[in-house]
Design a protein around this ligand. Structure first.
Ligand SMILES: NC(=O)c1ccc[n+]([C@@H]2O[C@H](COP(=O)([O-])OP(=O)(O)OC[C@H]3O[C@@H](n4cnc5c(N)ncnc54)[C@H](O)[C@@H]3O)[C@@H](O)[C@H]2O)c1
Length: 355
């Protein structure tokens, strides 16, 4: 349900899975339905209730604007259909909590769309860290800084993030950072114990944003986002998007090309470090012996959406725990919203109260 921008890579990836049959799609927009019918041969309906009443469905993938995830999940619960819900779980904490409660009450499995975890270089980095390849993780860092000036910045808009609530641009701490908030502690094998930062609100001024997470065991995770300036990447030094990748404007690059800004995760540990290029499909390990590329198994983006779907369907079929349950998405939302909370404690630094 929801046949907008992100449905294209989802459908592209799902169609490459021989065990998956696309039962149908729902969207109130006739143009979106016509596009999905033409491009993907999808049978479509104007509402999710119509879709679920007419088709036999094993899993509903919720790809609607973030503020409408709750309505779509509640429809799935009415029809007793398991859900895979895109990130962020919801636009507000109240909706996120209602989504988890509604699925628990109805007894339907709720999977969270933590697609970043299924990008092969990120999954491989996780395996390396868990296997002790970098020792104790001290710091996880991601920076998404660059853009094409303030004029080119575009807010996602109130359909996703109602005006005045946490929001901003597609590469900001809300829409993209929610991946980091979930993935950084998972990569480090740690829990978030405190979060601080500065984020934009939907419809407001767009400034530089950051998230600073304190993890248990004394580790830290830092994210910096700003797309209101220009990238300092040199030609061909930015993000390499492998074939069939999606650039930051949502364009499918069949043959691959150089993206504009560098989107990379770095994991620094006591015995080594990792440089992870999630969409460039590259992973490097550095340590006392220098830096070397680590081969990555699995297909590049957008097929991480297929790997995610396969993992969810496999868990449902086997009656096993979901790879990433809805509660994980709710935890990430709680952490994100705590950054916006004005209930933080003031501490005295250098004689001044600092929050
Ligand atoms: N995992 C990722 O990497 C990733 C990337 C992009 C977007 N997303 C998430 O996917 C979701 C959709 O994003 P998008 O960029 O495709 O948005 P979009 O605005 O391009 O598309 C949303 C579509 O949903 C339709 N819609 C609106 N209300 C609906 C309803 N009640 N029932 C059915 N359809 C409805 C709209 O008509 C539109 O076609 C968001 O939650 C976003 O955060 C995830």
């Amino acid at each position: 349900v929801g046949l907008g921008k992100v449905s294209a890579p989802h459908l592209e990836a799902y169609r490459a899975l021989p065990e998956v049959e696309l039962a149908g799609g729902a969207d109130p927009s006739p143009a979106a339905r016509a596009h999905a019918e033409e491009q993907h041969g999808l049978r479509t309906f104007a509402s999710v209730d119509e879709l679920l009443a007419n088709e036999s469905v094993d899993l509903l993938c919720v790809l609607t604007p973030t503020a409408t995830h709750r309505d779509a999940v509640e429809a799935a619960a009415r029809h007793d259909v398991p859900v895979l819900c895109e990130k962020p779980l919801a636009a507000t904490l109240a909706d996120g909590e209602a989504i988890v409660e509604c699925c628990a009450r109805a007894g339907i499995p709720l999977a969270y769309g933590s697609s970043y975890r299924f990008l092969p270089p990120v999954a491989a980095a996780h395996d390396l860290v868990q296997g002790g390849a970098v020792g104790e993780v001290a710091l996880v860092v991601e920076t998404l800084v660059g853009g094409r000036g303030r004029e080119a910045q575009e807010q996602i808009g109130p359909a996703h993030y109602p005006f005045g609530t946490p929001g901003g641009t597609p590469m900001g701490i809300v829409d993209h950072g929610i991946h980091f908030i979930d993935v950084a502690p998972w990569l480090a094998g740690r829990q978030v114990v405190a979060a601080s930062g500065r984020g934009n609100t939907s419809g407001g001024e767009l400034g530089a944003e950051y998230v600073a997470l304190e993890l248990d065991g004394g580790a830290h995770a830092h994210l910096i986002c700003f797309d209101g300036s220009w990238s300092t990447a040199l030609p061909n030094e930015g993000q390499w998007l492998a074939g069939d990748g999606w650039d930051t404007s949502g364009t499918l690059l069949r043959a691959g090309s150089w993206g504009r800004d560098i989107v990379e995760l770095h994991v620094y540990g006591s015995d080594g470090a990792l440089r992870v290029a999630p969409y460039a499909h590259r992973l490097y390990r550095s340590g006392p012996d220098g830096i070397a590329e680590v081969p990555v198994d699995g297909p590049p983006a957008p097929h991480h959406f297929g790997l995610q779907l396969r993992a969810v369907l496999g868990a449902l079929a086997a009656g096993e725990p979901l790879p990433v349950p809805g509660e994980v998405g709710l935890d990430a939302l709680r952490t994100l919203h705590s950054i916006y909370s004005d209930e933080r404690e003031a501490v005295a630094i250098g004689g001044r109260d600092v929050v």
